[in-house]
Design a protein around this ligand. Sequence first.
Ligand SMILES: N[C@@H](CCC(=O)N[C@@H](CS)C(=O)NCC(=O)O)C(=O)O
Length: 139
Amino acid sequence: MEKAAENVDAGAAAQLQLQLKLFGSWASSYTHRVQLAMRLKGLAFEYAEEDLGNKSDALLRHNPVYKKVPVLVHDGRSLAESVIILQYLDDAFPASRQLLPADAFDRAVARFWCHFGDDKVRTRFHGTCDDSPTPVENG
Ligand SMILES: N[C@@H](CCC(=O)N[C@@H](CS)C(=O)NCC(=O)O)C(=O)O
């Protein structure tokens, strides 16, 4: 009897996790950040590789504002922006390993380093992984 209940729980958990779909690109460190987090949390997810030169209708529908990867679709609802996705995963799956520290100050410090990392990526790669406008050349 207990075994049957356990199986039902495992089935429900698997079903919940199957509702997670990540749109990403092999070349995107923002995608890697989310993939790594989902693996650390032990979440099963479907992955859709995007051709950033020829984006799918699904990606454009799920991220009409920025039209970028990564995008997480959970139960039909979509979220963009890698750091926001990470925070959502902690909130939506509290029983899994937490990515951010419990202490409010430590959480703020972790967010600071996320922003710092993003700034460094932006200044190194002006191109498809650049989420700021291309700077105008002087002269
Ligand atoms: N701030 C965003 C940046 C996402 C981003 O820049 N994604 C790039 C790939 S690394 C992209 O989709 N580029 C396609 C485009 O700009 O058209 C995040 O953290 O998710």
